[in-house]
Write a protein that binds this ligand. Structure first.
Ligand code: SAH
Length: 218
């Protein structure tokens, strides 16, 4: 069961979480405001109410996780999202990251391969607040050719390879943020698609994500 009540206590814990994320090096105020505005405890089972505002990843259904707030902020900051940009997210999971993108004004297209998580988000009333998020059940490796091209692509699962179709679906000048690597630890990369279609690569810090898997799981 999800919590649906947002109390003063939750709001206070959220302000502390914002200061924690800021102290770790996040400077984009739009992202910090989004974290302050979004009731993260709504995205978890009510059993996690006491810990929902710790800067940690937690389990959700289908053996998946809601990313750590710092990680969400870090990826979002690297993506340099501007209002009204089209952003493709791979790995909807809890939908928390999608809401952060929506709060800063992006048009979000998010794909999840676990049917259970996709269905659960359909029932999640809080998400009605964000008509700028479109939810898809499918394989993120395929992207969304019908809605391409995108300004930005954000992958929130550990990718053992760079998904080529997602590079194709990126606009020239567009960026992809991708936790790259097949092992337990990945390196965050930012790939910038050049006007000639080639890709420039930047390497950032190490993180640990659940794997980006092929195909759908019903
Ligand atoms: N962005 C999420 C993070 C969820 S963890 C959040 O804010 O909570 C990563 C998610 O990626 C999992 O839900 C997993 O099922 C999903 N995933 C893994 N491989 C995928 C693929 N090929 N296509 C779509 N989603 C995928």
């Amino acid at each position: 069961m999800r919590a649906t009540e947002d109390t003063y206590r939750h709001k206070g814990l959220r302000r502390k979480l914002v200061e924690t994320v800021r102290s770790k090096g996040i400077t984009d105020e739009r992202i910090l405001t989004a974290i302050e505005n979004i009731p993260r405890h709504f995205f978890l089972d009510s059993a996690f109410d006491e810990v929902a505002y710790e800067d940690k990843a937690f389990p959700i259904d289908a053996g998946q996780t809601i990313s750590q707030p710092y990680t969400v902020a870090y990826q979002t900051q690297l993506l340099e999202v501007k209002p009204h940009e089209k952003v493709l997210e791979i790995g909807t999971g809890s939908a928390y990251q999608a809401c952060v993108l929506a709060e800063i004004g992006a048009k979000v297209f998010t794909i999840e391969r676990q049917k259970k998580l996709f269905d659960s988000n359909k029932q999640f009333l809080f998400l009605k607040k964000y008509p700028n998020i479109k939810f898809f059940y499918g394989d993120g490796y395929e992207g969304l050719p019908t809605y391409a091209p995108f300004d930005k692509v954000l992958i929130t699962a550990a990718a053992p390879v760079v998904p080529v179709k997602l590079i194709t679906q990126l606009k020239p000048g567009g960026m992809m943020v991708i936790p790259f690597g097949g092992g337990d630890v990945q390196v965050m990369k930012r790939l910038i698609k050049q006007q000639d279609g080639s890709v420039k690569e930047e390497v950032y810090d190490r993180f640990s994500f659940v794997p980006m898997l092929q195909g759908k799981n019903d």
